[in-house]
Design a protein around this ligand. Structure first.
Ligand SMILES: *Cc1c(COP(=O)(O)O)cnc(C)c1O
Length: 810
């Protein structure tokens, strides 16, 4: 199609005329995006077909990664990069009078995920394709992604994210691959030749139509598939009317609306359990449609179904897709004629599960009655799995009723999805060493005792292609110039940078890149807030979902304290700091939304107080998303990873910052622990309670937040400012909930307990930053060690230790 700049320009012009009827002079950036995108997708098309052909011919084992979320963000830049035509296209567009960066801004940011869990799924797809594994995504094509956040008068306002309003150039609708998913109705049981036959009757049918997105791997022409399902009504009137039991057209419209709502919205809850019928429908819709299509592909191989576990691996990203387990059992037994034991053997050898959280409110449970009504056949299968599992427990631990109650899948008229996932998987992994350890020793201790070989750790990772090569091309270029280009395929070779950590000219180049990234972010902030930020101030950044356990509150309380200090002593000696926040709060999470308001209120007060003389600036950047993260992270000096120890399973934001040379202020939580293991005390700023201490307080008590309030004048002063009239509390009670959560509810996340140690560590950062050479040295050491957190590394371990797959060489 095109392999050099001149051909690219020629094809591009022809397309512009052919498809849009426009000469170059009249083309907008949006036109350029659409033409370029379609050219790139077509260019990948033949590799896509070849990859699938190869898989089929070789009968290679396929991995399917089921996830309710894929936070993929924009694809154009990454696809150009992975196809190796980024520079060619950039120069070609410049010749034609366009800027690639402006064209990239035209793409809708696909926000089909909430945060870390969804972004992990997207990074994994990139690594699977780049490492030439046969691994695909199974997801839902939500019509609306995660809400768009606006800040109005300091408050979060949510707007629907109708991302499909712009044509999606990457997806292909596969009408011919549609399947049917069945809800409601009843199950009829018959006995035939001594065997029970189950028939699902009077169900409501939904048509699931897949939209495929090519996942383009780096350099090797390898293209996998992300298959997202869309829910549509069944249009054949005779069947539909039969289903509805009437001829009422309004009934049909009602049915159509209810069906389409299944793939309409992404649930905007991060970690908090959402107990809605529609959410359960979405989960089953994904599992059933995904499995049917996978089994159809397998069916074309002409192999006996006993071979399934050798040819297909099913991975579930948290418990949201756990229904693949009973759905697979149903298909094997009711449609393929297997008995229970053999179906169970096949299923458990195919399924593996990643646990993402130990927050108890996030452990999914579904009311038994709801499952029974919505999914009558699935309900029977879950009941049987539970009965057999409890039988096994009784014979293994006779008389230990307490243990059985704690471990049962069905308990208190609810289905515990994590228990179902553990019992039916051959592998259960946590997402960082500390998290896995807590799972094994505490949360899932009884299961670990029963299945000691099932639990394992796979520390999360991030794709260095998006988060370094694409987001920070100048840094990537410097790495190429100093250690060559092998690191692109073997990111752990970035360790070679460490030998330059004291090299003055290398340090200067690293510092120069950081400063230019900061200038670019300053321009962005200026365009949004109309305020010029000093690029020589420390850029101190906390961007992630807003959640009490992530403790944005600790950050802002420290800033209020800093403000108080400067007001007391306007000539206080400190390096100017720019605090940058970005965070969406779940729309129903009131405390989180109040914290956003507090950050914006403090920003307003501090940014406009002449006494502060620009020593402190605070910006809340609205609508934190993948594309915004790509702008912010390369410009950060300080990365805030300050969750209550034990609460952040891994974190992946922490890794993105490290890879871009920011220094971390953090607790010993999630993957921070492993970062610290590599870079040591000298190159990271640790503070606060350790996980063991936090868990002991939860277990045995002994923490009294009010003691901290009464004993530390700084804490008392700051908290009182939240509720007594003054610049922050403007005759309203809007921050009282925050105050009460800390004092009356005894500060569940130990914000006050860790305050003193956080303040002290922030002073250390101020002092450390003054020694520029030492700071840059630390930054280089962090970059050098960050290759270990490439998702390429993570995915090779999933491949060899869980899925048993190998690269497929095209
Ligand atoms: C990486 C990422 C996250 C996860 O950040 P954490 O700090 O690990 O919580 C969330 N949202 C977006 C847009 C991201 O890119």
């Amino acid at each position: 199609m095109f392999n050099d700049k001149e051909t690219f320009k020629q094809v591009f012009r022809e397309r512009l005329i052919g498809n849009l009827g426009k000469p170059l002079a009249e083309a907008s950036n949006a036109d350029v995006y659409n033409i370029l995108g379609s050219m790139i997708r077509e260019r990948a098309g033949s590799n896509w077909a070849d990859t699938n052909q190869k898989y089929k011919a070789d009968k290679d084992k396929q991995v399917y990664y089921f996830s309710m979320e894929f936070l993929i963000g924009r694809l154009l830049g990454n696809n150009l990069l992975n196809m190796g035509v980024l520079e060619l296209v950039r120069e070609g567009l410049t010749d034609l009078g366009f800027t690639l960066q402006d064209v990239e801004e035209e793409e809708a940011d696909a926000g089909l995920g909430n945060g870390g869990l969804g972004r992990l799924a997207a990074c994994f797809l990139d690594s699977l394709a780049s490492l030439q594994y046969a691994g695909h995504g199974c997801g839902i094509r939500y019509k609306y992604g995660l809400f768009e956040q606006k800040i109005v008068d300091g408050y979060q306002v949510e707007l629907p994210d109708y991302w499909l309003q712009k044509d999606n150039v990457w997806e292909v609708r596969r009408e011919d691959k549609a399947v049917e998913v069945r809800f409601w109705g009843r199950v009829e049981t018959d006995a035939k030749d001594g065997e029970l036959i189950f028939t699902h009757k009077d169900y409501e049918a939904v048509r699931a139509v897949p939209y495929d997105i090519p996942i383009i791997g780096a350099d090797h022409r390898h293209v996998n598939t992300l298959r997202n399902w869309s829910a549509e009504s069944i249009t054949q009137p005779s069947r539909t009317l039969g289903v509805l039991g009437g001829t009422d057209y309004h009934k049909y419209l009602e049915y159509k609306r209810s069906v389409e709502s299944i793939s309409e919205f992404l649930y905007p809850d991060d970690t908090e359990y959402e107990g809605k019928l529609l959410r359960l429908k979405q989960q089953y819709f994904l599992c059933s449609a995904g499995l049917q299509s996978i089994l159809r592909t397998f069916g074309k191989l002409d192999l006996p179904y006993e071979e399934l576990p050798n040819k297909v691996a099913l991975h579930i990203n948290d418990t949201h897709p756990t229904l693949v387990i009973p759905e697979l059992m149903r298909i094997l037994m009711d449609e393929k004629g297997f008995g229970w034991d053999q179906a169970w053997d096949i299923t458990t050898r195919m399924v593996s599960y990643t646990n993402h959280t130990i927050l108890s409110e996030a452990l999914e449970k579904w009311p038994l009655q709801m499952v029974k009504e919505l999914l009558p056949r699935i309900f029977l299968i879950i009941e049987e799995i539970n009965a057999r599992f409890c039988g096994e427990l009784m014979s293994r631990y006779p008389g230990d009723q307490d243990r059985i109650a704690q471990m049962a899948i069905i308990h208190d008229d609810q289905v515990r999805m994590a228990h179902l996932a553990i019992v039916a998987s051959h592998s259960v992994n946590g997402v960082a060493a500390l998290h896995t350890d807590i799972l094994k020793k505490r949360e899932m201790r009884l299961f670990n005792e029963m299945y000691p070989h099932r639990f394992n750790n796979k520390t999360n990772g991030i794709t260095h292609r998006r988060w370094l090569l694409h987001a920070n091309p100048e840094l990537a270029g410097l790495i190429n110039d100093s250690i060559g280009t092998r690191w692109k395929h073997h990111p752990q070779e970035m360790i070679g940078l460490i030998k330059y950590c004291e090299d003055a000219s290398f340090q200067e180049q690293i510092a120069g890149i950081k400063r230019r990234n900061k200038l670019r972010l300053a321009e962005y902030i200026n365009s949004k807030h109309g305020v010029w930020v000093d690029p020589d101030s420390i850029f101190d950044v906390q961007v992630k979902r807003l959640h009490a356990y992530k403790r944005q509150l600790l950050n802002i309380l420290h800033i209020i304290h800093l403000y108080n200090q400067i007001k007391d002593n306007p000539s206080m000696d400190m390096v100017p700091r720019t605090f940058i926040f970005g965070a969406k709060a779940a729309p129903s999470y009131h405390l989180a939304k109040r914290i956003i308001k507090l950050i914006n209120t403090v920003a307003d007060v501090v940014n406009n107080d002449p006494d502060i003389k620009g020593k402190v600036k605070i910006f809340f950047l609205e609508n934190y998303s993948v594309s915004l993260a790509e702008k912010i992270i390369p410009a950060a000096d300080v990365s805030e990873q300050i969750s209550t120890a034990s609460k952040e399973a891994s974190g992946t934001g922490n890794m993105k910052f490290m890879m871009n040379g920011a220094l971390t202020i953090g607790t010993m939580d999630g993957a921070n622990v492993e970062m610290h293991e590599m870079v040591g005390d000298n190159n990271m700023f640790l503070f606060g309670l350790r996980a063991e201490q936090v868990l002991d307080y939860y277990q045995h008590g002994g923490y009294n937040a009010r003691d901290v309030y009464n004993g530390d004048g700084r804490v008392k002063e700051v908290l009182d400012q939240l509720i007594t009239p003054g610049p922050i509390c403007n005759h309203t009670q809007e921050f009282e909930t925050i105050y009460h959560s800390l004092l009356d509810n005894n500060d569940e996340f130990f914000v006050l307990k860790d305050f003193a140690s956080y303040v002290e560590t922030q002073v250390e950062i101020d002092l450390a930053y003054r020694n520029r050479k030492e700071w840059v040295k630390k930054s280089i050491i962090n970059i050098g060690h960050s290759g270990k957190f490439s998702s390429d590394n993570t995915i090779s371990r999933y491949a060899s230790e869980i899925w048993n797959i190998h690269p497929v060489l095209l």
